[in-house]
Design a protein around this ligand. Structure first.
Ligand code: SF4
Ligand code: SF4
Length: 452
């Protein structure tokens, strides 16, 4: 059974309650970045094959025009600004050092944004046409995973899921982008969720939202009640504000009571999980054939002068976005793409905004590992905090003495790197990093075994 605290739902074991730090941006509406003079679009910013350019150097393109094809497993790219195509070149990338990228220099001669008129038949499209629109719009999971959405929908249908769980938890500290998206477009999110459910073959939608976002819960509930059709019921499920409430396994359990086994996907228990921002993008793609051109992200932390929720064209430089937010505050020492629990440290800001980036957190002061770490004192706090019941303490001590291949029984391959264990460790041990080292070694060993 799903665990409920009063009328609130949550997951079972583990989890932590970090300071949410959301107050600086939760009250700020989404603000548009002025069109940048250049955008840089890495050809690979999703899981799958890289996009293949279909425009030539010097060509003028309008905002919304397709500029690269997605191939068999990826998704296309579209021009987020009107301008002139620059040659494909290796450019700095937020998760890889450099990556082949298309760039567009802003140029008014290219003309205005393409028009995307409504398709009056949008509610009743055949399945294949709906999937094609999602694919052609270049939509990937906007919760951070960046898996092509059309493929995830196909997998879900093949796995015969019956339930769509929409993720509106946004449990990462500091981030409020999804919260503002839920307030700005509740009807579109609910409609988009129904469209996703139909494509996936699900017969019911549950939208999980943490209880610290009561106005989002109210807005979505009103939108669900106002749906013109009831063939796929949509229910909003208020959840306890607790990290990692938005992790797939934890959210599925919280809202439905179904337990996703370790190392398996939610489809193993008949569930597809999607993010609320993805539902909004799907709605735009199906109703208007509008491609994904912008990304909404939270720019916040003590290291930014004016924290904001920003809608920026994909490919905009993070430097331009930081400038729009008043610039870096004195003493900024760390830059994180995503939230502080599961985000990735950025070495530089002259990198482009990509589809999977939902936040930019700028921090001051010393990082968690700068003062080193101590030995395991066997306090057991990491065991209590792990939502999966793994043994990060055991993995860490084995990695320290070079016994990485002895870590599988302690859960190294099951870890999804939520960071709860590192967060609670009184010895400041980098338990997530130990897990990553162990996981990589175990996977390498398995690959070597299967190749021999
Ligand atoms: S929390 Fe840290 S010190 Fe305590 S058991 Fe886990 S690894 Fe050891
Ligand atoms: S990072 Fe891995 S080991 Fe640590 S709490 Fe999360 S799932 Fe458990």
């Amino acid at each position: 059974m799903t665990q409920a605290t009063g009328s609130l739902h949550t997951f079972g074991r583990g989890g932590v309650h970090p300071d949410p730090h959301k107050g600086a941006t939760s009250g700020r509406e989404i603000e548009d970045l002025p069109a940048p003079s250049e955008v840089v679009l890495p050809l690979l910013q999703h899981l799958g094959e890289p996009a293949e350019p279909c425009v030539k150097k010097g060509e003028l393109v309008r905002r919304g025009q397709k500029i690269a094809e997605g191939g068999k497993t990826g998704v296309p790219l579209h021009a987020p600004i009107s301008g002139k195509i620059k040659p494909v070149d290796k450019r700095p990338h937020p998760t890889m050092a450099v990556a082949p990228s298309l760039a567009i220099g802003g140029n008014a001669e290219a003309g205005p944004e393409l028009e995307f008129p409504e398709d009056p038949a949008w509610r009743d499209l055949p399945l294949e046409e709906s999937l094609e629109r999602v694919r052609e719009a270049g939509i990937v999971g906007l919760g951070g995973a960046a898996f092509p959405t059309w493929r995830k929908l196909q997998f879900a249908r093949a796995a015969k899921v019956d339930l769509l769980v929409m993720n509106g938890a946004e449990c990462e500290p500091y981030l409020t982008a999804d919260y503002r998206v839920m307030l700005a477009w509740p009807a579109e999110i609910v409609e988009g969720s129904v469209l996703i459910a139909k494509m996936a073959g699900a017969t019911r939608v549950l939208i999980g939202v943490e209880s610290d976002k009561p106005d989002a819960i109210t807005a979505l509930s009103k939108a669900a009640a106002a749906l013109p059709t009831r063939d796929i019921p949509v229910e909003i499920v208020p959840c306890v504000a607790r990290y990692p409430q938005g992790a797939e396994k934890q959210l599925v359990f919280a809202v439905s009571g179904r337990t996703v086994p370790n190392r398996q996907l939610p489809s193993a228990v008949g569930v597809l999980v999607q993010n609320v921002a993805t539902a909004h993008a799907v709605y735009e793609a199906i109703r208007f054939r509008r491609p994904l051109l912008d990304r909404i992200l939270t720019v916040t932390g003590p290291g930014i002068v004016t924290p904001r929720n920003v809608r920026a064209p994909l490919g905009a430089s993070l430097s331009d976005i930081v400038e729009f937010c008043g610039g870096l505050a004195p003493g900024t020492s760390r830059m994180i793409a995503g939230g502080p629990m599961m985000g990735r440290a950025l070495p530089r800001l002259d990198v482009p905004l990509i589809k999977g980036m939902n936040g930019l957190v700028l921090l001051t002061g010393r990082g968690p590992l700068e003062d080193g770490f101590g030995p395991c004192i066997r306090c057991g706090r990491c065991l209590d905090a792990c939502p999966l019941g793994l043994e990060p303490d055991q993995v860490s001590v084995r990695v320290e003495v070079g016994r990485t291949l002895d870590t599988e029984p302690h859960g190294a391959l099951d870890c999804y790197e939520c960071g709860c264990c590192s967060y609670v460790c009184p010895s400041s041990r980098p338990l997530v990093q130990f897990m990553q080292v162990a996981k990589a070694a175990l996977r390498r060993a398995a690959a070597t075994r299967s190749a021999s």
